[in-house]
Design a protein. Structure first.
Length: 216
């Protein structure tokens, strides 16, 4: 227990990196998800096919492999970026595929009449998506977005394999120095639990709020 108390500040610093990577991953993932959704609305069949292949690949392969691919492929393309950002990119590319599916599900709850009315008023397609469709969709998918953020927090532990010093990597370093894994990993589990429990409470509250909303 004394070891855990003395190691706790270092673990909390690692947890900050975990949360930072997860936050950046979810925000960039939303951007990727919106881009994929808009591409799916394209009249170009090849573009729609590419999006389908990308989503299938991202959802059908382990995130561990995707992290390694991004980490090793980017330098081969001449992009020498810090490993933290390489990990964030991998998280966001994976998350974007799932978020695009959430958005597609949310779109089914938006009545087509809203878009038709906006077009009748002379609004351009971009403005319809920007001001009418996407705000409603994001309100509806807030609960699953929070669940996705929880998944990213837990998945960010995979960034330790490329040397990102987040919570799991910090614990590995402490265990390697002290040879006492039990108290350290118990502490790591507690920190992950507190983060995910808090986010789970937020999800439940958002679900209650969005359940009262039905687009008209």
């Amino acid at each position: 227990m004394q070891l855990l108390v003395s190691a706790f500040p270092a673990l909390l610093l690692g947890a900050q990196t975990t949360i930072a990577a997860s936050l950046m991953g979810i925000f960039l993932g939303v951007t990727v998800g919106v881009a994929l959704t808009l591409a799916r609305q394209s009249s170009v069949s090849v573009l729609r096919w590419l999006v389908s292949v990308y989503v299938s690949f991202a959802r059908g392969t382990p995130l561990f492999i995707q992290v390694l691919v991004v980490f090793f492929v980017l330098p081969e393309l001449g992009l020498d970026i810090p490993k933290f950002y390489a990990g964030v990119i991998a998280l966001s590319l994976n998350s974007g595929a799932y978020i695009s599916e959430m958005i597609r599900g949310g779109l089914t709850a938006i009545p087509q009449g809203q878009s038709d009315a906006a077009e009748a008023l002379g609004l351009r397609r971009r403005r319809i998506w920007q001001h009418i469709i996407l705000p409603q969709v994001f309100y509806l998918i807030l609960p699953p977005l929070t669940v996705e953020f929880v998944s990213l927090v837990k998945a960010s532990a995979l960034l330790s394999v490329i040397g990102v010093v987040e919570l799991t990597r910090t614990a590995q370093q402490i265990v390697a120095a002290t040879f006492q894994p039990v108290p350290i990993w118990i502490g790591v589990g507690m920190i992950y639990f507190v983060i995910c429990f808090a986010l789970g409470a937020v999800t439940e509250r958002l679900e209650r709020k969005t359940a009262l909303y039905r687009p008209a």
